[in-house]
Design a protein around this ligand. Structure first.
Ligand code: URA
Ligand code: CA
Length: 434
């Protein structure tokens, strides 16, 4: 078999076989195929698309290009969750301890943030002492012992995706549904969980800006999972406005702790975390329906057991467990700068992309992989869509260390708030379930 023949076949719109995709992914992982052939293949796949069977075969081939984690030594139902990424999306930090406290086994490998969306690892590492670099044996032992671990994805997991993704990023081939769904699902398949809930974001702050595209991506990922024998559901959730009110790394840990402590009841982050947990429990046969799972999750949250589970996880990964009861121990920014309403009126929306960019300008995110983030900085929103505000009411507090880009960050926050003279209806948070 030769890479050039596979590229030609895809260029001409033909369907590739499982053997051809396996050859190509193995050659990619083993560095036997050069960058220029990989990029030609990716562009052909981007322009020609892929059938469902082909996308599933690509996913299996990618997952098989490296190590696959065997979770069979862990008793119980192994669950995982993936979010397509958003602003103020702290659901993993709420959901992982919550699902574990409900009896699921959460063996989660996570990534770092890039661009305006945050990454779970960066958030967790803002907890003093906490490490996300566990060996495979430590990872399995921790999940067996306490039911939850969140660690960084090892470089041996899906090496074909690491090369594909880096090349897609610089060749305008990221936003292809078969390439995104095989990329996401190959990592979920290799990480080994039986039940997987997907949180597919839709709106200004998301990868997929329209409901129609989000639905296509969700269907594609659920289809792959089911073809590969996993229990998978996707929940399409709104990302026009930030999910949480806290945007920044330590700030998002603080918000997750507060939710697990019984605060912020009824807020979007609280709601989405419970909905996702309900689905996860149903997929793992720990509840009969997602609705029953959600009721169970809410009761467990209220009992305080999920907060204790978070403290256990922090301690097991070398962090200071006192953080769970005293978020003041997290890194704090030197300055807090309040921004106030310039006028009276109804807040009709808070643009997630603008808030994400503001947090990034303050140092909470990366523009390139090598950038160093400041765990303490970010934006805390005080006002949300649907509220009537008076001139001078608090809109947001910026948590600042380096003032270099403060002016620009302030302009993004100002611009993020949309105003109306009439009351506006709130957008539905959970758009669809696939
Ligand atoms: N996240 C991934 O892991 N892969 C993609 O292709 C897009 C988002
Ligand atoms: Ca975020």
């Amino acid at each position: 078999m030769r890479a050039i023949d596979i590229i030609r076949k895809k260029r001409d719109g033909e369907e590739l076989s499982a053997d051809e995709l396996t050859f190509f992914c193995r050659g990619t992982a083993e560095q036997a195929i050069p960058d220029y052939q990989i990029t030609a293949f990716l562009m052909a796949a981007y322009l020609r698309g892929m059938t469902d069977a082909e996308t599933a075969a690509l996913t299996i081939a990618m997952a098989g290009s490296g190590e696959q984690i065997d979770l069979s030594s862990i008793e119980g139902v192994k669950v995982d969750k993936h979010s397509t990424g958003g602003v103020g999306d702290t659901t993993t930090l709420v959901l992982a301890p919550l699902a574990a406290a409900c009896g699921a086994r959460v063996a989660k490998m996570s990534g770092r943030g890039l661009g305006h969306t945050g990454g779970t690892l960066d958030k967790l590492e803002s907890i003093p002492g906490l490490s996300t670099r566990l060996s495979r044996d430590q990872f399995l032992a921790q999940v067996s012992r306490i039911g939850v671990a969140v660690i960084s994805q090892t470089p041996t997991l899906v090496p074909a995706d690491s090369r594909f993704y880096a090349l897609r990023d610089v060749t305008a081939t990221v936003d292809s549904i078969p390439l995104i769904s095989s990329s996401v699902m190959s990592k979920k398949i290799a990480a080994g969980a039986q039940a997987i809930v997907l949180d597919v974001k839709t709106g200004r702050g998301a990868f997929m800006k329209t409901l129609e595209d989000s639905r296509r991506l969700a269907k594609s990922m659920v289809d792959i999972g089911r073809r590969l024998g996993r229990s998978v559901s996707a929940v399409i959730t709104d990302m026009e406005t930030p999910l949480g009110a806290f945007i920044g790394n330590a700030l998002e840990v603080q918000e997750a702790i507060e939710i697990l402590s019984g605060k912020h009841v009824g807020t979007p982050l609280w709601e989405v975390s419970l909905v996702l947990c309900g689905h996860l429990l149903a997929l793992g046969n720990l509840a009969k329906t997602p609705a029953e799972g959600r009721v169970k999750a809410e009761a467990v949250l209220r009992s305080g057991a999920a907060l204790e589970k978070l403290a256990e996880m922090i301690e097991a990964q070398g962090g200071d467990p006192r953080v769970a009861h005293d978020p003041g121990l997290l890194p704090q920014a030197g300055d807090r700068i309040e921004m106030r309403a310039p006028r009276e009126g109804w807040c009709s929306g808070v643009d997630a992309l603008d808030i994400g960019r503001a947090a990034m300008l303050l140092g909470a995110g990366r523009t390139k992989k090598e950038d160093v983030i400041d765990p303490a900085v970010g934006v805390v929103l005080a006002a949300r869509a649907g509220q009537l505000l008076r001139e001078g009411d608090l809109l947001a507090t910026l948590h600042v260390n380096d003032r270099t880009s403060l002016g620009e960050a302030r302009r993004f926050v100002e611009r993020a708030f949309q105003w109306s003279d009439e009351p506006t209806g709130a957008r539905p948070l959970v758009r669809e379930v696939v």
